[in-house]
Design a protein. Sequence first.
Length: 661
Amino acid sequence: MAEEIEEAEVELEARLEDQETFEPPESFVEQANVTDESIYEEFEEEWPQCWEQAADLLEWDEPYDTVLEDEEAPFYEWFTGGELNASYNCLDRHVEDGAKNRAAIKWEGELGETRTYTYGDLLNEVEAFAAALRDLGVEEDDVVTLYMPMIPELPIAMLACARIGAPHSVVFAGFSAEALATRMNSADSEYLVTCDGYYRRGDALNHKEKTDKGLRQVDHDVTSIVVDRLGDELTHFLGENAYDYDDLVTEHEGASVEPVSRDAEDMLFLMYTSGTTGKPKGVKHTTGGYLSYATWTSHAVLDIEPEDTYWCSADIGWITGHSYIVYGPLALGTTTVMYEGTPDYPERDRFWEIVENHRVDIFYTAPTAIRAFMKWGAEYPERHDLSSLRLLGTVGEPINPRAWKWYYKYIGNEECPIVDTWWQTETGGMMVTTLPGVCTMKPGSAGPPLPGVDARIVDAAGEEVEPGEAGYLTVQKPWPGMLRTLYDNDERFISEYWQEYSDEDADEWVYFPEDGAKIDGDGYVTVLGRVDDVINVSGHRLGTMEVESAIVGVSGVAEAAVVGGDHDLKGEAVYAYVILEDGQEPTDAMRERIVDGVVDAIGPIARPEEVVFTPELPKTRSGKIMRRLLEDIASGNELGNTSTLRNPEIVDEIAQRVGDD
Ligand code: WT7
């Protein structure tokens, strides 16, 4: 791990060259939700009571009696005794407050169709669909899997589940049939909402076929509901135990479904994510803590007001979409934009066209997208009037100062603060970032930990490092949005996140997110990247073991090592080094089978950039694969010392092959 940190440091030096800082524009500060820097001190002094400010943004059916319950740490509980319903907080209360006709969701399909749901419309459809789910047998605490692309029925299904107290488990639509089955089996999920297909770069993709293939691998009976997204473009047959979404909604139109009062600690949803081992982890988020935290950070960091039109370009299949397309923005009663397609369809100005047409106030995206925009050039944003924008945000991976400045200048016209937000699936919401109405911005550095968040950088022994030194990011106090456990696996929850730096005997618990970082004299954190075997491809998390096991599953493959290599647009890309079984030929056909194997097992996001055939992998004398050397080869870095290897001669040979292919 230490070596990973060293390497990341070298990259950092390049990132922070000619460090410039930026003050939040006056025009922004004048109207910001949070402008008083004393909030940092206040949250520290009044911790954990400070988090009542987050809970106060919601309406509770039953007030909580304890803010933080730490008896069973690290199985912390937040707002215990409280009861609430997430769909009530995202819908009914706004309608009751007179916002029935305010747009809740503005959706744009890839081909240009638009649909607007007011808060009133959304509530009606959520109630109808909730009634349908109940009719089909869904009960409180049943996990409902949602396998859908960016169509309005996805947030509608999420809110319908929340309304009746059924946790949802959203599986990213780009994931494979096998990935769907693994997640449904793991969560014992007997209900699935899916769709026939959707558009990608103008083509109609068949999603139902993939769903059916996945369902054949689920080891229990499943009731499914299919949204007809494509109409005549793609005919589909419902099949056994399957229902049409529109039919169900029509049948239940006008239904009134009381929101179920959920205990603050009741599960709101599961979200599967990748870790070091091959098996995805089912991260459990709760109703009270998660919703409070997503809403609070949407208010304090994204500066969302009900009058705003807000757009986060992430996919709802990831945590960013859960917290910052659906739950946070809707809990605040704002208008949230959803876009089905890609940024370059039909042209490379599609995003800026959306910003202009909808007069978007706040825009939140990923560095990988910004790098693509930068490469395409300023002419695309320059075609559009982006003057409605007030705040910009990024998430998913480090943003280098060059991309930061491009975003600041060409998208924000030097008038919008940028929030670079560090967080994870597990944290539920943002953890380290500037408060846009308070803090100076330093491109390349995410900023200080948010008020009430006790993030510290430590060395391998757990001691805090000096400013400027690289170390490991830790969080030393719990926070409301934290994951509560891994589904059905408390042991793995402890071993993955708490074992490294906690002192169990002293009952002192330290959360380890598996990122390297450094801190400067002003307390600003610069995140260096993962220190475990997870690669970050375009802001998406992939476990190298997951990819390796997919490759080894291809017949004729003997062994595989997968690492991340630097990539201009994706940040990191998948590099696979493969040893074939004796007698197998390293042909293009074999390479294709390997790539297909990975896409089938995980999805196109895991598609290897390069498959390198090699007779051996570089191994230490004790037989451990030297992954770092493989990473250096993939990134085209200078190769370090190979003298500790059992087979040093193989390194040059592999490096040669990477160039050749
Ligand atoms: C990992 C979490 C949070 C939603 C999207 C990804 C990396 C995330 C930043 C940032 C540097 C970042 C970390 C983290 N990451 N945001 N602003 N600067 N790195 O969620 O799939 O759970 O991945 O993404 O490495 O651990 P995720």
